[in-house]
Design a protein around this ligand. Structure first.
Ligand code: F6R
Length: 244
């Protein structure tokens, strides 16, 4: 795994945005896999700046998001569709039909998950997947204990994730208990993966991801087995990693 160290969150965001912009320049109709949460916000802001000031076009870019809270409509301010519109899509020239976020209201999550994976394949597979990491080592909402072969599906959120994400809701009780999450299989089938981490709260998960055994209890550790992963992390997130 290639590790790129940034001095802080802003530098991490700039480096990640440059990485994504380069992918779009090389392949204007690339399929990007996208994450939500706090970590990629700066990256999306920087991509918007590159679009506005340097003319990077998203006209042909296609996107698939990692996950969506189950039970939240797209219009809900905490839904991930809403987040993507507000944080990125509404500020760039992407074609709305080219953006895909799992439907949090699907009545048949099992068939829907299968269709979502088939959509990714039909779109040619993910060229570049942007990931964050949970403090418990989850990627997308593949929580500790997830099968490495898991398909896109309905998942129960770990209590630790509900606690972490309660900062976005009025109270912990308002955090949905389930989500539709891209499975490990589609993640691992991505051609290239960029994983971002910022802050001391991610330091243990990053250490375990890089130095621990490949273990379903630390889902991100599976990335050790992927041939093209770049970790872009700030110094705080890398603080526990042993230098080579
Ligand atoms: C979000 C996602 C999650 C987050 C992770 C980190 O789409 O799939 O795995 O990347 O929970 O969240 P933040 O960035 O808020 O710390």
């Amino acid at each position: 795994m290639l590790i790129i160290t940034a001095k802080d969150y802003d530098e991490m965001s700039q480096k990640a945005a440059r990485y994504i912009a380069a992918e779009i320049l090389l392949k204007p109709d690339c399929l990007l896999g996208l994450a939500t949460g706090s970590t990629p916000i700066g990256t999306y802001q920087e991509l918007i700046r590159i679009h506005q000031q340097e003319g990077l076009s998203f006209q042909k870019v296609r996107t698939v998001n990692l996950d969506e809270y189950y039970g939240l409509p797209a219009s809900h301010e905490q839904s991930y569709r809403y987040f993507m519109q507000e944080t990125l899509f509404d500020h760039i020239d992407i074609c709305p039909d080219n953006t895909h976020v799992p439907d949090g209201l699907t009545k048949d999550p099992q068939s829907y998950g299968k269709e979502y994976d088939e959509l990714i394949v039909a779109l040619g597979g993910i060229d570049l997947l942007l990931l964050g990491i949970g403090s418990n080592g989850h990627i997308a909402f593949n929580e500790p204990g997830s099968y490495f072969t898991a398909q896109t599906r309905l998942v129960d959120l770990n209590p630790n994730t509900i606690e972490d994400n309660s900062r976005f809701f009025e109270s912990k009780d308002d955090v949905p208990r389930q989500a539709i999450s891209m499975g490990m299989k589609s993640i691992l089938d991505s051609k290239r993966i960029v994983i971002l981490a910022s802050g001391a709260g991610k330091a243990q998960a990053i250490k375990d991801m890089l130095e621990g055994p490949v273990d379903p209890m630390l889902p991100a550790s599976i990335l050790q087995l992927h041939s093209n992963v770049t970790l872009i992390a700030d110094k705080a997130a890398l603080a526990l990693v042993q230098p080579d």
